[in-house]
Design a protein around this ligand. Structure first.
Ligand code: BGC
Length: 364
């Protein structure tokens, strides 16, 4: 297996786009995007993954705030499959018992999370090699054709995910997909953030705001019950920013099921459906780093690294402790193919799946 960073070999810059650097190791490449402010993002076409995000703290010190590895084989073999930084799909999150029906036809998917299907199955989009193309200044487009029947899903699904690093210190992620048979699609990015720096302890002191008055409670297997419950008066109320750790230890059945926060929040959308909404913010008081998440999606999975337990060591050799990173996965709600009252995730031939999520970084 090729190392992503085995050597510093920078090749083939697109004419006039000197800010995208490519390190090439056979079919696996790593792309380095850097803007004028010095923010740097690394991507690889293995899983269309974000491998590194370097941003300044309030003193201008750059740190890598995304969990990940140096070596592709670590992405492939990591214990408990953390999905560091990758695109997950064809259906990000869970589908109950791996079963759903579209247009009267029942489909059966792999059950890779207890009795349920998670993040696209055994070989989801995080574990395949995507094609890549530099498509502009600091922009790389990854494409993948998921075949009809792959992981049990219907239809050839053609996907393009474009990452752009803007001069406003944003990572903009544009998702496009088309299909030749009706199929569920729910794509997201699974970056684990630690705004102190990857490997710098837990994330419980980060002050999180989620723009959601409701969330989708789950059963023991983390499948939504179908209800949209108010967050008011519960540990799930992040409508006003509070430290992630403040209420996480409360006695609460939902926190017990999630082993902490591992839940989909129903975003309070601004404007029309499909418009960008400020979904969440996270502030880390010791470094001053501030992150904002904007999305067209109706939901966001807040997962606070409850399955990290100190067994994984990251790219700089530091241990990823319990709750050493958090994910804000913009998405449609889990198990939507079996929950007709949730916004539909079925993509039909002739229609475009088109969505965008932006992570913006600054200091306070
Ligand atoms: C899920 C978690 C899961 C994690 C890593 C998250 O998106 O909600 O339950 O453990 O991904 O697989």
């Amino acid at each position: 297996m090729k190392k992503i960073l085995a050597a510093v070999v920078f090749v083939a810059l697109m004419a006039g786009c000197a800010s995208v650097k490519v390190a090439d190791f056979d079919s696996i490449q790593e792309y380095t995007l850097k803007n004028k402010a010095g923010m740097e993002v690394k991507l690889t076409n293995y899983g269309a993954t974000i491998t590194s995000i370097k941003t300044a703290d309030r003193d201008g010190k750059m740190d890598d705030i995304a969990l990940g590895y140096n070596d592709v084989s670590d992405y492939m073999n990591a214990v408990d499959k953390p999905y560091f930084g990758s695109v997950v799909g064809r259906y990000g999150n869970r589908i109950a018992k791996g079963r759903f029906t579209v247009d009267g036809e029942e489909y059966e998917l792999a059950t890779n999370n207890g009795e349920n299907h998670l993040h696209g199955g055994v070989i989801g989009f995080d574990k395949v090699v995507w094609d890549a193309e530099i498509v502009g200044k600091n922009a790389v487009c990854f494409t993948y054709l998921a075949k009809d029947g792959e992981e049990g899903y219907p239809g050839n699904l053609s996907i393009a995910v474009t990452y752009t690093l803007t001069e406003e210190n944003e990572i903009q992620i544009d998702y496009l997909a088309t299909t030749d048979k009706a199929t569920p699609v729910n794509l997201t990015n699974h970056t684990y953030f630690n705004l102190k720096g990857e490997g710098e302890g837990d994330i419980l002191g980060h002050e999180l705001m989620i723009n959601a008055k409701g969330f989708t409670p789950v059963d023991k297997g983390l499948i939504p019950t179908g209800e949209i419950a108010p967050v008011a008066g519960t540990p799930f109320d992040f409508t006003v920013a509070k430290p992630i750790g403040r209420d996480i230890g409360q006695k609460d059945q939902q926190l017990e099921y999630g082993l902490g926060y591992d839940h989909n929040f129903v975003l309070d959308k601004e404007g029309k459906e499909g418009q960008m909404t400020r979904a969440a913010t996270a502030y880390e008081p010791t470094t001053g780093r501030f992150m904002e998440v904007f999305t067209k999606e109706p939901g966001i999975q807040f997962y606070c690294g409850n399955f990290l337990d100190g067994r994984l060591k990251g790219k700089s050799g530091k241990t990823y402790v319990y709750r050493g990173g958090f994910c804000l996965e913009t998405q449609h709600y889990p198990d939507s193919p079996n929950q007709p009252q949730f916004p539909s995730t079925i993509l039909r031939p002739g229609a475009d799946y088109e969505t965008r999520t932006t992570y913006r970084f600054s200091v306070r």
